[in-house]
Design a protein around this ligand. Structure first.
Ligand code: MOS
Length: 755
């Protein structure tokens, strides 16, 4: 039985001898000693000729056609081996959108057409990186430049927005009579928030090394990617090479945040060039290429309306989210959480999509909620102020235990939102907050407190794994699952160890290789729970095999302390392994039934923030933060806490600094490096605190956990923004919240308050 379609009963994981305990990352020592090999660091087979270096050349126009590429100078330069352009690219699989899709080919330079700025137009391969880069600079590329025909500014195309997508997530939520209820409400709020384009800005750039066998038939692609089976299938479709002839290796990943769900020019062009040359090719995108050549989080315009009675009960809730993307791309689903988060019998929640010709928009950490909550949770703060209510009490009053659209027949599998808010208020000292902005001071600093709910939908995906009992009694786990810095190596090891009665040291976890069984991969916070379920079911199977091999009744067998027991008899696993004629091994594919349809499933939390706003300069400093989270069983409090800290840090970035600036004429993101795309640095981040509330969710998986990797970013920026309002009295509805906007807010107010 490997389909999870009824709530989990008591199982060996409930012992929590290894799982749910703090363990440092298994691969940590390898990483800090430089022994963890990342994609760009592999050396090709020494029997082959040396590895060569590819340099991607991105289009210098946002729309148009390449009319000529003069390679003559470049090709004559030292060390240059190959210049690929659309003219000499071999045939590739087709896609009907320039936005990479999980199910489709992602061709590069398939034609002369340019769909977006920095789309690949050439790829130069040379003996060294420097030679390739120098030659790339010597290419003369001419365009029929149609950039002026494109649309690059969301506000200018919003009117033509269409319904985004046909899937469940994209559906409008229309319940009751929103317009009427809103009109009749005692207290109304109608506000529009905007969030900018953001970049994943992960540490490790997109990088690939392509190695073909001598016949040019079999490819090994070392690439930094979150989703081994997606890139496996996608590269196969792109190159028209059967999947069985392609091996994908992605063992360590220096961050992805969604940017590495798909694959880009480094992967495809290295593979094509390596086959053409008969030599290995590696390519890492340069930092400035990443911002336009790969994906970003789309900007949003979000209109939120609340109608409430004087006591604070919400009767009408409306959320319209607008975003744009290239043809065939998807919307930023920023209104998604509003379908589920608060009560209200009249609802209108929509998302709309416009065509824009900027680079491809994609998923970035908690797509939808991360920016949806920036707007929604500030709007709740605004509503609380109108009602003269405490924002925590307002949230608790409108808490709801079931899907507000489907009714009590669809309860939440578990939901501790109110507990998170209350516990956080107590720990953070919420009573210190003054409802009146600008009242608390510390010298020249205005001090404010802010709160926001956290919400992230819980997703699960099929995932398989192999567990093998090795001679000596240790266990090997193999699955295509990736570890993007999240702790997969560790928590999958803990899961296997718990199931087999071993310690974490007795388990070797091998990930990120298409030779292993297909896994959920890492995305959407589904990885730990889903891949863990694959390991769980494979462990169940292996337990049966071990018990049988030991001569015990599998139903009665108990695994503990490295031994298998039946009643008062026991055998060491090492002895079972030694006696078995062939290795004991189990491979199982875990699937999920419809429990996530029967039950609404999400992780919940509450974010608290204290800021200081300098009363003269408007400088904003985050002073302390706390997140309280309830996300089912926490498989490893160390790695889960790190996920929350990372999310909170990114949330500070979203609130205060992260913004890709659009050149509305040239159609590109102009601040395409880390000097000008600002993310928080250590000095921006004070002490952060995380508390996990105890929770087991038996409807989510046999592990009884829920997604946690993205929960930390969902809502946290709104807590920062609400704290800034509480400190300064300035409500900024256009992210990020920068000093100039604070000063403008003060300047526009007569009788400047709080200064
Ligand atoms: Mo996540 S944005 O699905 O890596």
């Amino acid at each position: 039985m490997s389909k999870f379609d009824s709530p989990a009963g008591i199982n060996p994981l409930d012992q929590e001898k290894v799982l749910a305990r703090p363990h440092a990352r298994k691969e940590g020592p390898l990483k800090v000693t430089g022994q963890a090999t990342y994609a760009y660091e592999y050396s090709a087979d020494p029997d082959l000729q040396g590895t060569t270096y590819g340099y991607l050349v991105g289009a210098g126009v946002a729309r148009g056609q390449v009319t000529s590429v003069d390679c003559s100078v470049a090709e004559a330069m030292p060390g240059v081996l190959l210049v690929l352009t659309h003219e000499n690219m071999p045939a590739q699989g087709a896609s009907d959108t320039p936005v990479p899709q999980e199910d489709d080919a992602t061709p590069q330079m398939r034609s002369a057409e340019v769909d977006y700025y920095h789309q690949a137009v050439a790829f130069v391969v040379a003996e060294t990186f420097e030679q390739a880069r120098a030659a790339a600079g010597a290419l003369v590329i001419e365009y029929d430049n149609r950039t002026a025909e494109g649309d690059y500014v969301l506000a200018e195309v919003m009117e033509d927005a269409e319904k985004a997508g046909s899937d469940e997530e994209s559906k409008d939520q229309q319940v009751g009579d929103f317009a009427g209820a809103f009109r009749r409400a005692d207290v109304q709020l109608d506000v529009t928030y905007t969030t900018p384009y953001q970049s994943h800005a992960m540490l490790e750039p997109h990088a690939s090394l392509a190695v073909w066998d001598e016949a040019g038939e079999e490819l090994t692609l070392y690439t930094s990617n979150q989703m081994v089976h997606w890139v496996h299938r996608g590269i196969s479709k792109t190159l028209n090479v059967p999947q069985k002839n392609i091996r994908i290796v992605s063992r360590y990943i220096g961050g992805g945040f969604g940017s590495k769900l798909m694959f880009y020019g480094d992967a495809v062009l290295s593979a094509v060039a390596a086959r053409t040359l008969g030599r290995p090719v590696k390519c890492a995108l340069t930092r400035p290429q990443i911002f336009n050549h790969t994906s970003h989080r789309p900007a949003t315009v979000q209109r939120i309306r609340f109608g409430a009675d004087g006591d604070g009960r919400i009767h009408a809730i409306g959320h319209d989210s607008y975003s744009g993307n290239l043809p065939g791309g998807s919307a930023e689903t920023a209104s998604h959480q509003t379908k589920l988060l608060y009560a209200g019998e009249n609802r209108l929640v929509r998302q709309r999509l416009s065509e824009l010709h900027l680079p491809p928009g994609g998923s970035m950490r908690a797509p939808g909620e991360a920016v949806g909550m920036l707007a929604l949770e500030c709007a709740v703060d605004e509503l609380a102020e109108k009602l003269e209510m405490d924002p925590i009490e307002l949230r608790v009053l409108n808490d709801i235990g079931y899907d507000p659209e489907k009714g009590p027949e669809r309860p939440f599998s578990s939901r501790r939102l109110a507990d998170c808010l209350r516990r956080g208020a107590e720990e953070f000292g919420w009573e210190q907050r003054s409802a009146q902005p600008g009242e608390r001071r510390d010298g020249e600093w205005l001090i404010g407190l802010g709160v926001a709910s956290a919400f992230r939908g819980n997703l699960v995906k099929p995932s398989s794994a192999t567990l093998r009992l090795e001679k000596g009694g240790k266990i090997t786990v193999e699955t295509q699952m990736t570890d993007i810095g999240t702790g997969s190596y560790t928590i999958l090891g803990q899961t296997a160890a718990e199931m087999l009665g071993l310690t974490l040291d007795d388990v070797e976890v091998r990930l990120g290789d298409s030779e292993f069984p297909k896994s959920s991969g890492s995305g959407g916070s589904w990885g730990a729970n889903s891949a863990g379920t694959g390991v769980y079911y494979a462990a169940e199977e292996l337990r049966k095999k071990i018990a049988k091999a030991a001569g015990y009744d599998p139903k009665k067998a108990v695994f503990k302390d490295g031994e298998v027991w039946e009643d008062n008899k026991c055998t060491l696993l090492g002895v079972v392994a030694a006696k078995a004629p062939e290795p004991l091994e189990a491979t199982v594919n875990a699937t999920f039934g419809d429990l996530n349809k029967q039950y609404a499933q999400a992780s919940f939390g509450a974010h608290f923030c204290e800021v200081g706003v300098h009363r003269v300069t408007g400088e904003i400093r985050v002073r302390r933060m706390l997140s309280v989270a309830a996300a089912g069983r926490i498989f490893n409090p160390v790695t889960a806490r790190s996920q929350c800290l990372g999310g909170m840090t990114m949330g500070v970035g979203a609130a205060l600094m992260e913004e890709l600036h659009v050149d509305g004429e040239l159609g590109l993101f102009i601040n395409h490096d880390m000097a000008e795309y600002h993310v928080p640095v250590h000095a921006d981040i004070p002490d952060l605190d995380v508390i996990f509330l105890e929770e087991l969710d038996d409807k989510s998986s046999p592990l009884k956990g829920k997604g946690v990797g993205e929960l930390g970013i969902c809502g946290v920026g709104a807590a920062v923004a609400n704290a800034i309002y509480n400190a300064s009295g300035v409500r900024i509805r256009d992210y990020p919240l920068t000093v100039d906007k604070i000063l403008a807010g003060w300047a526009s107010r007569s009788g400047s308050q709080g200064r």
